[in-house]
Ligand binder design. Structure first.
Ligand code: ADP
Ligand code: MG
Length: 181
């Protein structure tokens, strides 16, 4: 059997999922790299592929303004045999192992791992570790989330609406700079 056939066979067992990466405290790039490496070493993660990392200003709602300095953001594509909830638990474990402490909503964080997309699945679950909503509810509103996703896979569609992510990204740019439209 040829090499690529063996690889294809392995991947056909897994689901393509996309995880958002963010850090605005400490050694931001190193922490993101460490998180991607930890994902890559984990049982049930067959492959990882990381986007370009970008620096962005913190955003928050009026109620919960974001704290801290600029973020490094990116996304990682994983091929996984885990369930969505198992993947969330893995992300929370990696956040903890890299020193993430949760006190206040939107406060500065060493590392944030958010499941953005899990195949074409729509998930809304409440379990012991907390709630899980996939696709991520703010996925389509944020350029710093959409840009890395589209770089990794320009054919991605939003699993609820079936709208191409490239289209959301284009709309956001028009909204941000109305004078250009
Ligand atoms: P945020 O990422 O919104 O700034 P946190 O990282 O503190 O906030 O996440 C808080 C909780 O959000 C997590 O403990 C988890 O239970 C829940 N959550 C719900 N959906 C998701 C998702 N798609 N990815 C990651 N966490 C999620
Ligand atoms: Mg998070």
């Amino acid at each position: 059997m040829r090499d690529e056939e063996i690889i294809d066979e392995g991947l056909s067992e897994g689901i393509y999922a996309y995880i958002g990466l963010g850090s605005n405290l400490g050694e931001r790039r190193q922490q993101i790299q460490a998180a991607v490496e930890a994902l890559g070493r984990s049982d049930g993660i067959l492959r990882t592929r990381v986007s370009t990392l970008i620096e962005t200003e913190p955003v928050g709602t009026e109620k919960f303004p974001a704290t801290g300095g600029a973020y490094i953001n990116g996304a990682v594509e994983v091929v996984t045999t885990l369930s969505p909830y198992e993947l969330l638990k893995l992300c929370l474990d990696i956040e903890r192992s890299l020193g993430r402490i949760r006190n206040v909503k939107n406060e500065a964080r060493t590392i944030d791992l958010d499941i953005l997309i899990f195949g074409d699945q729509c998930v809304f679950e409440n379990q012991a570790e907390g709630q899980l909503q996939v696709p991520h509810p703010r996925l389509h509103e944020r350029a710093f989330v959409l840009e890395p996703l589209v770089e990794l896979n320009p054919t991605l569609r939003h699993p609820h609406t079936q709208v191409f992510l490239t289209s959301y990204l284009k709309d956001l740019k028009i909204c941000l700079r109305p004078e250009e439209s």
